[in-house]
Design a protein around this ligand. Sequence first.
Ligand code: XMP
Length: 526
Amino acid sequence: MNTTEKQMQETIPILDFGSQYVQLIARRVREAGVHAVLVRPDITANELRQLSPIGLILSGGPASVYEAESPKCDPAIFDIGVPILGICYGMQISAQVLGGAVRAGHAGEYGAARLRVCTDGAAGKMADDLFAGIPDETGVWMSHADQVQDLGPDFVALASTATCPMAALRHRTRAVFGVQFHPEVTHTPHGGKLLENFLYRVCKASGSWKMGNFVEIAVEKIRRQVGKGRVICGLSGGVDSAVAAALLHRAIGGQLACIFVDNGLLRKNERHNVESTFRDHFRIDLRTVDASDLFLDALAGVTDPQEKRKVIGRLFIDVFKREAKGIADARFLAQGTLYPDVIESGQGYARTAANIKLHHNVGGLPAELGFELVEPLRDLFKDEVRRLGEVLGLPEHLVWRHPFPGPGLAVRCIGEITRERLELLRHADEIFLEEIVSAGLYRSTSQTFAALLPVSSVAVMGDGRGYKPVIALRSVDSTDFMTADWSRIPYDVLARVSNRIVNEVRQVSRVVYDITSKPPGTIEWE
Ligand code: XMP
């Protein structure tokens, strides 16, 4: 292992006690330049040692440490000898293991609170490491009913709020810290600084988790895995497969062949954009399969959304398989699997919280295709993939692209799918996106698109009266796409979109804006 590789191994394991913010903690640590991984709360001290941690973070969680069924940690983790930061439940369990006591507080504390940091005497000195550069009085985000009520002989309180006298702790002899509030959320304005203090002042991190370093290591790893073998990568037009392909190309150049299936359900110019980026700019061996007739013929008369998904999924595998067979001695298949997929599939660690995967993944390939998988992004979160895409020189429109479902426009063309209806939808969708981009709203919205409804409404045009289809506009803000809120797009932007659609898409005379959050409404209409 070379020096960079060793530094890249500088890891902070985060024990997940079921906090809704646990992925956010990992992202914050990584944003601060240190690699973080999520691990089970009951991981043993020995298993942890194998990860060569430079420190540990114990997350929050919904349980109470004094309940018999609550998740416990191996007490020996406190003897590994690396610094530990407990957050909320993580602080409470640290206190409980090391001689303190936790009980329900007189009052719960949810939302914003004022934190006072000790500045005098021994406690003030002990607060220096964690609170360096943070005002003595500052806002924090709280979410707890229990609190540490007895410090035991070894803990010192470093900070308090009006209802929580022990809102931050430090052990007298071990590098064990605890905070009752959530430094990982943006509502704790100096939370990022506190995490940095823990990483750099306490754990002495070098801050080597940078995308430039990542590329170097990942390229090396890919070369080691595939040797002189050929790798196939399916491109979808989405961010993950695009970044995976660009990274593989950097690593193995001509050994990579990409397959892009045009299923006739793509957005306006999508095929052209993919081809011009990958074939013309990167000079990747890209094979586009025009299978639009095959897909659209098979979808004729199909109106049930799940049936549409099944038809598309099945055909995609057939088409991909046939094309892949034509690539001589390909042994590897690259996929843009991300870290949250690894966690959710249970390969990363077993979650304590109930875990409902809402994705209906169409466009995936079955294991029995017989390839060995190459998954160069399986360590990364989505925002890191985007940063990586930028480092690799992918164009901005690809790196910041909103997600697009595997079944494409099929699930946005509500009801029957015909070439004419798809064309109409594509045109309206293009206008909506153009206006969102020119109003500077593309980056602040998470997923924006048009859907074509299977109803007609009355239209008065000139002196005539007609019945024409309705376009629904949908735009949502979301971080994980499991929940979402409709985007508050300014009325004048909506007015421009509506005007343009009814004027430029002759067949449409009515436009509506979807103001449903998820839940209960899903992001897609089908
Ligand atoms: P919903 O509509 O369930 O969507 O709120 C959540 C996210 O998943 C995408 N989506 C799909 N992605 N195949 C996919 O690959 C599908 O069948 C599918 N259906 C929905 C959706 O666009 C959103 O990003």
